[in-house]
Design a protein around this ligand. Structure first.
Ligand code: PLP
Length: 346
C-alpha cells in the first residue's frame, strides 16, 4: 500500500522499493547498486547534501567529477548540457543530482535539467529527500532513472524509511553492476518486494506511520499540498523582505520546503537560535561554509498557520531584542498578509 501510494508522487509506473534506513541509506543503495568500482560519475552539487552524495560515490570506489555551482544558486541546465555534450566518448556512467538542496534552500528545476541530458546514456540519479511531494514531479516523463526520498520530510512520517523508485533501464544496470553492497542492495530489495517482503526486518512502525502520511497527502490532494508549502514559504520570504533580511537562495531558485535567510549584519546566528530555542522555536543553522551565516526555516511536516506565525513572532521579537530596529512587528504583519490573502487548501 505504501509503494502504491508513492507511485503518483514519484510520477512513475516503475518499481519502487522501501528500505529500512534514512534518506542517506537510500542514496547509498542507489549509488552502490548501480555502478562498478572505477566507473565515472558526474556529481552536480548545489550544497552540502549534493556534496554528500558525491562523497558516497567516492566511498564506493567511483571516479567522481564535480560540476560546481555557487551555493545559493540552482544548477544551470546549460552547464550540465555542455558538460554532457563534451563527453563524446560517453565515459560518464551516471549523473548525481539534488532536487531540493536543504542546506541552501534551493530547488533545482528538474524538468529543465532533464532536457539537458539529450541523448547521453548516463544513468540519472536524483536525491529528492526534501523535495518529493512538494512540487510537481514527473520521474517517467522527465526520464530520471533512480529517485530517492525519505519518510520524514513532505510526507511527515517519522524518520527511518527510504523510498527508491527505479526505471526499467536502471534495473538492468543494477543487475549488471558489480559494486560492493549488502544491506542496501536494490536488486535484493526488488526481488523480495515481488513477494511482498523485504530482505531484512522492516521498520513496521514507520511503514504504518507513512501509510497514514500518504492517506493524508492523497486526501488533501497533491495540488493542495503544493499550494500549502508555497504559501508558507512565501509568507516567510515576505517576512524577511519586509525586515530587509536577505534570502540566501537566488531569485528563481527558492525552495518551498526550506527557506534560507542570511543572518542580518552584526547579529550572530548562534545567539538568535539559542534565544529562539528558549521560546520553543527551532530554526536550522548553516552547514559547512554557511555555518554562522544563514538560518533555515522548514515548512514541511504537520505545520499550521498558528505554528508559523508563532515562530515568526518569536523571531521578530528576538531580532528586536538584538537591536534590529526594523523588527517592530512589520515582518509578522507582512507574513500575516500573505497567509490571509491566500486561501487555505490543505
Ligand atoms: N538529502 C537531502 C536533500 C536532505 O535534506 C537530507 C536530510 O535532510 C538527506 C539527503 C539525508 O537524509 P537522512 O538524514 O534521512 O539520511
Amino acid at each position: 500500500r505504501v509503494v502504491r501510494g508513492m507511485a503518483p508522487i514519484f510520477g512513475t509506473s516503475g518499481e519502487i522499493v522501501a528500505l529500512g534506513g534514512s534518506g542517506t541509506g537510500g542514496l547509498q543503495a542507489a549509488v552502490a547498486s548501480s555502478f562498478s568500482p572505477g566507473e565515472r560519475v558526474l556529481a552536480a552539487p548545489v550544497g552540502i547534501f549534493g556534496e554528500r552524495l558525491a562523497a558516497i560515490a567516492r566511498a564506493f570506489g567511483l571516479e567522481v567529477e564535480l560540476l560546481e555551482t555557487r551555493y545559493g544558486s540552482a544548477l544551470d541546465p546549460e552547464a550540465l548540457a555542455a558538460r554532457l555534450r563534451a563527453d563524446r566518448e560517453q565515459r560518464i556512467a551516471g549523473v548525481l543530482l539534488t532536487h531540493n538542496e536543504t542546506s541552501t534552500g534551493v530547488q533545482n528545476d528538474l524538468g529543465a535539467l532533464a532536457a539537458a541530458f539529450g541523448e547521453h546514456p548516463a544513468l540519472r540519479i536524483v536525491d529528492s529527500v526534501s523535495g518529493l511531494g512538494a512540487t510537481p514531479f514527473a520521474m517517467d516523463a522527465w526520464g530520471y532513472d533512480i529517485v530517492v526520498t525519505a519518510s520524514q520530510k513532505v510526507l511527515a512520517a517519522p524518520p527511518g524509511l527510504a523510498l527508491v523508485a527505479a526505471s526499467a533501464r536502471a534495473w538492468e544496470r543494477i543487475a549488471a553492476a558489480r559494486g560492493p553492497r549488502f544491506y542496501f542492495d536494490l536488486a535484493k530489495a526488488r526481488q523480495f518486494a515481488h513477494d511482498g517482503q523485504t530482505p531484512w526486518t522492516p521498520p513496521l512502525s514507520i511503514l504504518a506511520a507513512l501509510e497514514v502520511g500518504l492517506e493524508r497527502y492523497h486526501a488533501a490532494g497533491a495540488a493542495a499540498v503544493y499550494a500549502r508549502l508555497e504559501r508558507y514559504a512565501r509568507a516567510i520570504r515576505s517576512f524577511a523582505e519586509t525586515l530587509g533580511i536577505e534570502l540566501f537562495s537566488r531569485p528563481g531558485a527558492h525552495s518551498v520546503t526550506v527557506v534560507a535567510l542570511r543572518v542580518p549584519p552584526g547579529l550572530e546566528a548562534g545567539t538568535i537560535r539559542t534565544r529562539l530555542r528558549e521560546r520553543g522555536i527551532v530554526f536550522g543553522g548553516g552547514q559547512g561554509p554557511m555555518k554562522g551565516k544563514i538560518l533555515r526555516i522548514g515548512t514541511m511536516g504537520d505545520l499550521s498557520d498558528a505554528d508559523l506565525l508563532a515562530g515568526l513572532e518569536a523571531f521578530e521579537t528576538v531580532l528586536c531584542e538584538l537591536g534590529l530596529n526594523a523588527a517592530d512587528g512589520r515582518g509578522l504583519a507582512a507574513a500575516h498578509r500573505v497567509l490571509s490573502a491566500t486561501p487555505v487548501t490543505a
